[in-house]
Design a protein around this ligand. Structure first.
Ligand SMILES: [Zn+2]
Length: 210
């Protein structure tokens, strides 16, 4: 026959002695008489003792160390990646600035060469002949107002021997009669390296590069 006197909840509370005194006594009395409820109480007690025996598993020490080491490694990798990305960004923006800077200087140096070329051409119209040397070109140009106008535009300077200086402060190379510009003159700047590369490398020329 089904016994409805005590529910599992009630037996549980009895086990923890959390019932009123009267109720505790009533259940104790019932348990003495009811075989079925005693068995249920036993089952509940067993379940409880199983939970008591359960403990959170402590990970072995080396396991914690390994996890910690792994987290540290991942953090280091993330930091390294971050710095690498930053360095890459700086490198490329620096490179672009360098490139833009060089292009601007190149343009400026070419413009000055064109101005000097025009000044020499202009002075020739006045003198009827091309100057034989760079310092003579300077004197020819100064004597010719139309030619001097180009000189002023390029803000040219000369060294102690009156040789006209390029963007980098080195004398231009002037060859007359020209080898490349037949019947005229060759004029070039030795460029940023200041070395005469005979129209190669960084030299800036008044003729088409081969
Ligand atoms: Zn019972």
């Amino acid at each position: 026959m089904e016994c409805t006197t005590s529910t599992d909840d009630k037996l549980c509370a009895y086990l923890f002695e959390s019932l009123e005194n009267g109720e505790m006594a009533a259940i104790r009395k019932h348990l003495a008489e009811c075989d079925r409820c005693r068995k249920r109480l036993d089952a509940i007690r067993k379940r409880m003792s199983f939970l008591d025996a359960w403990r959170a598993i402590e990970p072995p020490e080396e396991f914690s160390a390994k996890v910690f080491e792994r987290v540290k490694r991942q953090r280091r990798t993330a930091r390294a990646l971050f710095f690498a990305a930053g360095a890459l960004f700086l490198f490329f923006s620096g490179f672009l600035i360098f490139l833009a800077h060089n292009m601007a200087i190149d343009r400026l140096a070419k413009r000055r060469l064109v101005l000097l070329d025009k000044a020499i051409q202009c002075s020739r119209n006045e003198h009827g002949t091309y100057p034989a040397s760079l310092d003579e070109a300077w004197r020819f140009i100064l004597a010719c107002p139309a030619a001097k106008h180009y000189l002023d535009l390029g803000k040219f300077e000369v060294d102690a021997s009156e040789r006209i200086l390029d963007f980098w402060g080195n004398p231009y190379v002037y060859v007359c009669p020209g080898v490349h510009n037949r019947g005229l003159f060759d004029l070039y700047s030795t460029g940023s390296n200041g070395r005469n590369d005979k129209g190669q490398q960084d030299d800036i020329l008044n003729w088409e590069r081969d």
